[in-house]
Ligand binder design. Structure first.
Ligand code: UFG
Length: 323
């Protein structure tokens, strides 16, 4: 089976993808500096604790392991933090990716699947969001991903390095086995924070209920992390069989309000979520839902867990063991 190098493979989405790749017979090498990922998320013999900014070390590892392709997750992900410390986001996300691409050219590795984000669209004029919508990020996190997509176009034009950029909507859930799950520090994502509110009794703040949606809370497209992981494997297969550079939304195409997620969490856990309604969070749009037709048609992707209930059940299976 093909060899694949995964950066950021000890993080949330990375570790689920590594697990799925291994289960489908891929030979996986992980690079992760463990600044945000966890050693226990990756089989020890697969892990290289290394920062992707070290171009020479990365190129050497690629020459030794000869991967057919790279899957690139390693990045900072917090939108709010990126508004306070943009320099760190550009250095790590853009500088790190440039170092990785440089190492790939040096080692002669020709394909990469890149973790991009729906944040490249900023506050879109309509929903569902098509890949052809204007690229207009509203924070340095989103801008850093746009900049890497731009690098990828030039590396294809000049070095014939082909890429798929996957623009994630709201990754959620956990491996059904309960072995992996979402563990961010600090946690900013809705579903883990709803569990935390239940466990601690400390109310979660819902960021606004005066949006232009049926119940006034924001609509997002929650996608099961294993369905997201499978999109990476299909993208890899596309590139390794000669497919062209492309960009895809990765979402289910169905949106849920924050209050619908609260109710799903209450149903799954059998407990009331303590919450208060607070002010809107800066930068939140009313509704962000993917048009997922391109991914479904071009890569033959279909979600295995399209309903919110399964996403919350799997997330809870992990969370209840880890608080
Ligand atoms: N929310 C709350 N209270 C909280 C946390 C979140 O009400 O304490 C709400 C948010 O306002 C939003 C929804 O829950 O309406 C989901 O929020 P998340 O923070 O879980 O996710 P976002 O939609 O803000 O962000 C996600 C990814 C980002 C990415 C963005 C792209 O986490 O990395 O989608 O649009 F940039």
């Amino acid at each position: 089976m093909p060899k694949v190098l995964v950066t950021g493979g000890a993080g949330y989405i990375g570790s689920h993808t590594v697990r799925l790749l291994l289960s489908q017979g891929y030979d996986v090498t992980v690079v992760d500096d463990l600044s945000h990922g966890y050693r226990h998320n990756v089989p020890p013999e697969r892990l290289n604790a290394m920062n992707i900014c070290h171009t020479a070390a990365l190129a050497e590892l690629m020459r030794q392991t000869r991967p057919a392709a790279v899957v690139h997750f390693a990045a900072f992900i917090a939108v709010g933090e990126s508004m306070r410390e943009p320099e760190r986001y550009f250095a790590n996300n853009v500088g790190g990716s440039l170092s990785l691409l440089t190492a790939m050219v040096q080692a002669g590795i020709r394909h990469i699947v890149f973790s991009s984000t729906a944040a490249v669209y900023g506050n879109p004029h309509a929903t569902p969001i098509l890949e052809t919508f204007p690229i207009q990020p509203v924070n340095p996190y989103g801008e850093s991903k746009v900049m890497v997509e731009t690098l990828l176009r030039w590396f294809d034009a000049i070095h014939h390095l082909t890429s798929v950029s996957l623009r994630y909507f709201n990754a959620a859930g956990a491996d059904p086995s309960g072995a992996l799950g979402e563990q961010h520090e600090p946690e900013t994502h809705l579903i883990p924070l709803l569990f935390r509110a239940i466990m601690t009794g400390k109310p979660i703040t819902i960021f606004g209920n005066d949006y232009n949606t049926p119940d006034g809370t924001c609509i997002r497209d929650y996608i099961h992390v294993n369905d997201l992981a499978q999109a990476h494997i299909l993208a890899l297969e596309h590139l390794m069989s000669g497919g062209a550079t492309s960009q895809f939304n990765v979402g289910t195409g169905t949106g849920h309000t924050v209050m619908e997620v609260v109710r799903a969490v209450e149903e799954v856990t059998g407990k009331k979520v303590p919450y208060t309604i607070g002010a809107r969070r800066e930068g939140d749009s009313d509704a962000l839902v993917a048009a997922s037709g391109k991914l479904r048609q071009s890569l033959k992707w279909e979600p295995r867990f399209p309903n919110l209930r399964a996403i919350v059940e799997h997330a809870w299976g992990f969370a209840k063991k880890h608080y």
